[in-house]
Ligand binder design. Structure first.
Ligand code: GDP
Ligand code: MG
Length: 370
């Protein structure tokens, strides 16, 4: 289209229609909000307003992740979300696999495990723990930089034979920067060359003071290979989780975070979402990053189709308009028009950031109207 109404343009720009009318008036074009303007004029306006598109995105049109405190009586305990970090080959994957084996529900599901980047185990006492498949330090930092603090607890895996290595130290620094409590899992204690005490000592150099050394950081000796120390590790996670008093309101529209996303050959765009609060349901309309959609199916980490997913539950979603990015926030919104509006608007903002010049987003504003 070559023309756009002032109101439409205002919507796309996330500006007040009246502000656009005022600006147009100053430019010598007295028009009303429902009148159309040509592309050149629109472009001028965008340039005029370009500088503050981003600022407005954080208030008016864009959806804010709701930081308002939930009413106390709405909050219910939720499972902890645990990320396993550590140096390559120190046993992160092995430990995740071993911990997965503690899931009492797993057997019922036929043991077919879906690789969805995150999983939840149900323990004998019916309590649950969510584990994020180690996202790599970059992803962890990136997610945090984007405000996605998805992890409650970090389990730092250190191989008892190898000791502290560069990525161990990196993980310590990331965890500290994130202000997330850490539990040290000293792995591979089945090896003759294992020296767990040396690990505890070396940790002191990085201001990680475990209980045996007079500090308050929990540590546990494990062997992912021999499945030793797993119960002790789980106990420590539960203890830490209790201290954190993790709670969320399950009775509200869902908010979540993308853990990973991809284009699946058969199923189209799919994303693994960690629900932060509320309950995500089949049929929900949502915005996620610059994408939108309607939940066509929810698939849990055991490959089962489920109807809904509550706080701290990782779930794969189908029904996306495109592939979002890891760390993108997901919000359920009232209707599809609203979802598209926000997603398109965000796509424009993202494009703005990429091209530095505001007018570039005009293309997307117009194409969004087609
Ligand atoms: P990641 O790179 O941290 O994910 O490490 P992996 O889980 O892939 O493990 C690296 C190697 O260490 C593999 O060969 C594992 O079999 C081995 N490994 C992991 N845990 C243990 C353990 O507890 N004891 C022994 N002896 N080997 C282990
Ligand atoms: Mg691995």
């Amino acid at each position: 289209p070559d023309a756009i109404t002032v109101q439409e343009l205002a919507n796309r720009m996330a500006e007040k229609g009246s502000d656009l009318v005022k600006a147009l008036f100053k430019m010598g074009m007295p028009v009303t909000i429902n009148q159309t303007i040509d592309q050149d004029t629109a472009e001028l306006l965008v340039t005029e307003f370009g500088h503050n598109i981003q600022r407005v995105s954080e208030s008016d049109v864009d959806i804010q992740v709701d930081t308002v405190e939930e009413a106390e009586d709405k909050l219910q305990p939720r499972p902890p979300v645990v990320t396993i970090m550590g140096h390559v080959d120190h046993g992160k994957t092995s430990l995740l696999d071993a911990l997965r084996g503690t899931d009492v529900v797993r057997g019922e599901a036929g043991g077919i495990t879906q690789h969805i980047g995150a999983y939840q185990v149900t323990l004998k006492d019916k309590s649950k723990i969510t584990f994020l498949d180690t996202p790599g330090h970059e992803a962890f930092t990136e997610m945090r930089a984007r405000g996605a603090n998805v992890t409650d607890i970090v389990v730092l895996v250190v191989a008892a034979n190898d000791g502290l290595m560069p990525q161990t130290i990196e993980a310590i620094n990331h965890t500290k920067a994130a202000g997330v409590p850490m539990i040290v899992a000293i792995n591979k204690v089945d090896l003759d060359s294992a020296n767990p005490q040396r690990v505890r000592e070396r940790l002191l150099e990085h201001e990680v003071v475990v209980e045996e050394m007079g500090g308050d950081v929990q540590n546990v000796e494990v062997s992912a290979l021999k499945k030793m120390g797993l119960d002790a590790l789980i106990e420590k996670i539960q203890l830490q989780a209790e201290l954190l008093e993790l709670r969320a309101n399950p009775d509200r529209e869902a908010e979540g975070t993308v853990i990973e996303a991809k284009l699946d050959k058969g199923r189209g765009p799919v994303a693994t979402i960690l629900v932060n609060r509320g309950t995500l349901k089949v049929g929900d309309v949502f915005v996620v990053g610059a994408e939108s959609g309607k939940i066509r199916a929810l698939v849990d980490d055991k490959g089962r189709q489920i109807k809904e997913a509550g706080p701290a539950m990782p779930v794969e979603i189908l029904g996306l308009s495109g592939v979002p990015m890891a760390g993108d926030p997901l919000q359920v919104v009232e209707n599809e028009a609203r979802a598209r509006e926000v997603a398109e608007y965000r796509a424009g903002v993202i494009q703005n950031k990429r091209t530095t010049n505001a007018p570039a987003s005009l293309e997307s504003m117009f194409s969004a109207l087609k």
